[in-house]
Write a protein that binds this ligand. Structure first.
Ligand code: ATP
Length: 698
């Protein structure tokens, strides 16, 4: 390597040194290092000479020992800095190092001389000088390593891309998994993508291990390029979802995984929708859970999930709230639709909310001087996650077409009003990426490869990105991610385990926002009754029936009534009789402004209808429900005075034929779960609805 004595341009900032500018630069034509003679020669302010010394190129002033940018974690630094402590504690003082002639400032002959130091300080000064010399040595070695890297890559870019760049800085990543080159492109209008498109060839030329890339992106201006070179394959290893489940906000981005330099990559979804493509087995379901985890942690997001594949994507986020120990816990998602009918209700509600927000929040937006609805924990964003939504969009049957039209309508009209969509897809099919709406609105893109090459058209999914190859990420959960803020590049999604999902549901239960009243009104009863027994029976299969008194506490999320979820019954599609019973309960709700508690109204253990297959119990259930609802209405109507089992049974006898014994069972259940309070004793015992109970009655 030839060393020139004059820098080809002025000083540059070396982020590898980190703490000072250096004048080392690579000659534009030879790819060799050019070094300025001194700080003064390079026209630097006085302080800069220290950093020049730190970089090992020139030296330092005698009275101000250099403080080179030594990274304590670097092995060289550890080796050379270790004696420092010993020397400080010990008695032996190393001899003063004269240093190389070139490292002395001012040059001999100068009139400048250091001011005389008091004798007591001299020994300390000598110690410091020795330490500084050792540190300069470290810096020289570090710098030499960086220069060697720079020189290699200048040659490589010349060889592979036919471009002569000047490397201005080399930053080695603290993770030790690679480095970034900051380079100046040659004059004549060369753009960074000339290098970006040769990523694969550069990686091969550098003999990078599999899973490692050299990917170029825009530099600080259009004449500069940043080249990230990964040297250790971090994609192969499994990275578990971080155990910190602290609050997140939509505005500060939701982390979705790790880049190859171990940096988190975040999705900013206030205005963007997202598209996650992953063939079977690539880790797509796991990725969906990671996405749901981020939304659950956010204080300004409500997540609505459509998963027509038996709701499996959303179910783990609901079930902890159904389990026996999930008392008062809110689910990690706010609505889960697993059937086309429920999905239609959900999408219709989303459209109504978007339209209503547009009108209702005019004043708010005008006060905030924005045309984007200000999203906060009081007016949360609704994130609609549609698993295999792209397949719905591509579907040709009537049902899919109807749903697809509604999905596209939400995407089209709801950006400003705070409803955005995350669609997943098994493949980046033309039906998805050919859709202008998706292309325009969904610029947060993920392609999980898992080694699969079929249907993986990265060029289509990340237009403009060059050099991305599926075989760079042949691991489950690994792939490419690009957002408007971060160019498409390799990434690894976190592995999230079922116990973590349970923990996140518990940790975030109190954190979820409630749908603002304006939106809840627009969403209507379809939203308010989304957790109704008839609509959620399918979620409760295998769940132990554990009615508790916490349901109303859990219902703060806009009508959520988890007692319905905990109520174990044979799951069956809603029959006409069930529908009748439901409508009756709704009428009671409307009249008494309460949410009936189906669990509380269930028959006691002795009266539990057998769940044997083949029996049609819905008629019985409807009758039971109607009687129970009527009993609850009587209890509520009795006010603070309360009522008793006999009085209720008498009132129900004619119409429902209900016995006192049945009513006693219901009252016991309601007392246990907090719906009713038993006051008085013996013959004076009576039951008061909790709204009128002495301690809560205002
Ligand atoms: N981020 C990840 N890190 C490590 N391993 C992962 C990751 N994601 C998934 N896996 C592994 O891959 C397996 C399949 O993952 P997952 O079920 O999410 O894939 P999928 O694409 O949804 O497949 P399918 O459609 O068949 O369900 C998991 O059981 C797990 O072993």
């Amino acid at each position: 390597m030839t060393t020139h004595t004059q820098a080809s341009t002025g000083p540059v900032w070396d982020w590898a040194a980190g703490h000072g500018p250096v004048t080392g630069a690579l000659s534009a034509t030879t790819g060799c290092l050019a070094v300025a003679t001194t700080g003064a020669a390079a026209g630097m302010p006085p302080g800069w000479a220290l950093a020049v010394g730190a970089a090992g190129a020139v030296g330092h002033t005698e009275n101000q020992p250099a403080r080179p940018a030594v990274r304590p974690h670097h092995p060289l630094a550890r080796r050379l800095l270790a004696p420092r402590c010993r020397r400080r504690r010990g008695t032996k003082t190393p001899a003063r190092s004269p240093g190389p002639p070139s490292a002395r400032w001012p040059p001999s002959g100068s009139a400048w001389a250091p001011p005389p130091a008091p004798p007591g300080v001299r020994e300390e000064a000598r110690e410091l000088e020795a330490l500084a010399a050792a540190e300069r040595q470290v810096a020289r070695e570090l710098s030499a390593e960086r220069r060697a890297i720079a020189a290699q890559w200048v040659d490589r870019i010349q060889r592979v891309c036919g471009l002569t760049v000047r490397v201005l800085a080399v930053e080695q990543w603290p993770t030790g998994t690679g480095f970034t080159l900051d380079a100046e492109l040659p004059p004549g209008g060369t753009t960074y993508d000339k290098i970006a498109k040769e990523s694969a060839r550069l990686s091969a030329d550098a003999r990078l291990p599999h899973g490692c890339t050299a990917s170029a992106s825009q530099g600080i201006d259009q004449g500069r390029v940043l080249i990230d070179v990964t040297t250790v394959n971090v994609l192969a290893a499994e990275a578990t979802y971080p155990a910190d489940y602290g609050p997140l906000s939509l505005h500060t981005g939701i982390p979705w995984g790790l880049r190859t330099n171990a940096d988190e990559i975040r999705a900013y979804l206030r205005e963007q929708c997202a598209l996650v493509v992953g063939p079977t087995g690539s880790g797509k379901t796991n990725m969906v859970h990671t996405i749901l985890a981020g939304f659950a942690r956010a204080t300004d997001v409500l997540t609505w999930v459509i998963d027509l594949n038996a709701g499996s994507a959303g179910l783990p986020w609901v079930r902890p709230a159904l389990a026996g120990d999930g008392k008062g816990m809110r689910p990690g998602v706010d609505w889960l639709a697993a059937s086309p009918e429920e999905a239609e209700l959900l999408l219709d509600a989303a459209v109504r909310i978007a339209k209503h927000r547009k009108m209702a929040y005019q004043d708010l937006m005008s006060q905030a001087n924005t045309d984007l609805l200000p999203i906060s924990d009081r007016i949360p964003q609704i994130m609609l996650v549609i698993d295999e939504g792209a397949e719905i969009l591509a579907g040709t049957d009537k049902e899919s077409r109807r749903l697809a039209a509604k999905i596209l309508e939400v995407i089209r009209i709801a950006r400003a009003m705070g409803i955005r969509t995350v669609l997943t897809a098994l493949g980046a099919t033309g039906a998805v990426l050919g859709n202008l709406m998706i292309r325009r609105e969904a610029k947060v893109r993920v392609a999980l490869t898992g080694g699969e090459t079929e249907g993986m058209d990265l060029g289509k999914q990340f237009p403009g990105s060059r050099g991305l190859r599926v075989d760079q990420a042949p691991y489950k959960g690994a792939g490419f991610m690009g957002t408007p803020e971060s160019a498409a590049a390799l990434f690894k999604s976190w592995r999230i385990l079922p116990n973590q999902i349970r923990d996140i549901v518990a940790a975030t239960s109190d954190r979820h926002p409630t749908l603002d009243a304006t939106s809840a009104k627009a969403a209507g009863p379809d939203y308010a009754r989304r957790w109704d027994h008839a609509r959620t029976a399918w979620m409760r299969d295998d769940q132990p029936a554990t009615p508790t008194g916490q349901e109303e506490a859990a219902s703060t999320g806009g009508g959520l009534n988890l007692s319905a979820l905990r109520n174990e019954r044979p799951s069956a599609p809603e029959s006409e009789a069930d529908a009748l019973a439901r409508r009756f309960r709704e009428q009671i709700d409307a009249q008494f402004a309460t949410t009936p508690e189906p669990a509380a109204g269930e028959p006691g253990p002795a009266e539990q209808p057998p769940a044997a297959a083949g029996l049609n119990l819905s008629a019985l259930r409807a009758e039971d429900n109607a009687a129970k609802d009527a009993a609850l209405a009587l209890l509520l109507a009795a006010g603070p005075e309360g009522t008793g089992a006999s009085a209720i049974a008498r009132a129900l006898a004619d119409e429902h034929g209900t016995t006192r014994q049945t009513v006693v069972g219901w009252l016991k259940t309601w007392t246990d779960d907090g719906t009713a309070v038993r006051v008085g004793t013996g013959t004076k015992a009576r039951y008061v609805h909790h709204r009128h109970a002495p301690d809560t009655h205002a």
